[in-house]
Write a protein that binds this ligand. Structure first.
Ligand SMILES: [Zn+2]
Length: 239
């Protein structure tokens, strides 16, 4: 996080002392009020929606496995929280979510050498000022005890928003959109990577990232995301 974002975030916290960012009621420990937190639905192994998403990611052994924190529910508190993280500069909130993600057993076990956030295109990064996936990855890295290496993967095409696209359209939209910069290739040979994103929907983006990393010689790719959005329940403003 840059100094500007940090100061902005600190100023927001100062001007608006802890109230639940999702519903506005008092009490925000650690990042939402008890009611909002209790309404977040944890993703668990064996549940059909999760296993379907997992199978899509693993198809062709592109991604080895994935970890997801909560189910995305339209108009639910998680949508509000992620929207703040993605569009309103609430990076401290994103970091807390990342820490929660990093605290999950599958991530905490640290079966990887580095964390790599799904990159934004440089134009979008300039517009937004920060990459929300990098913020989340930083929180997860603190828990997992592994470094975050955002520089090893870049988005080379400015892609349209995935929000209104069909699953097939999403796959086409991000095909070939990522690459490992030549200067980073030597750092990836034989390494195991944990890819981090905010929302997992069809898995097209994570698969494309994994393909670029595999092409550069990584020996394993796992994926982690804060939210799992169903194919039908498209996350509206989040994409
Ligand atoms: Zn709340």
């Amino acid at each position: 996080m840059g100094l500007r974002e940090y100061l902005l975030d600190s100023a927001v916290d100062f001007l608006f002392p802890p109230a639940c960012p999702a519903c506005g009621s008092p009490g925000s420990a650690p990042f939402a009020c008890p009611d909002c937190r209790a309404s977040l639905r944890r993703v668990r192994e064996g549940e059909p929606d999760f296993e379907a998403a997992r199978a899509r990611l693993r198809e062709g052994r592109v991604v080895d496995d994935c970890t997801v924190l909560w189910y995305f529910e339209r108009d639910g508190p998680l949508q509000a929280l992620l929207h703040l993280v993605k569009y309103s500069g609430r990076t401290s909130l994103g970091r807390l979510m990342g820490e929660e993600l990093g605290g999950m057993a599958a991530v905490r076990a640290g079966q990887f050498d580095m964390l790599v956030p799904v990159p934004l295109h440089p134009v979008k990064l300039r517009e937004r000022g920060y990459n929300q996936s990098l913020v989340i990855a930083s929180g997860a890295a603190a828990q997992a005890g592994r470094p975050v290496c955002p520089e090893v993967l870049e988005r080379t095409r400015y892609t349209a928003s995935q929000t209104r696209l069909s699953p097939a359209g999403r796959a086409q939209n991000v095909a070939g959109a990522f690459r490992v910069p030549p200067a980073s290739r030597s750092r990836l040979g034989g390494k195991r990577v944990l890819l981090v994103d905010d929302v997992l929907t069809t898995g097209s983006t994570l698969r494309e990232c994994a393909l670029a990393l595999r092409e550069a010689g990584v020996s394993g790719v796992q994926a982690a995301a804060v939210a799992l959005a169903g194919g039908e329940a498209q996350p509206g403003a989040i994409s």
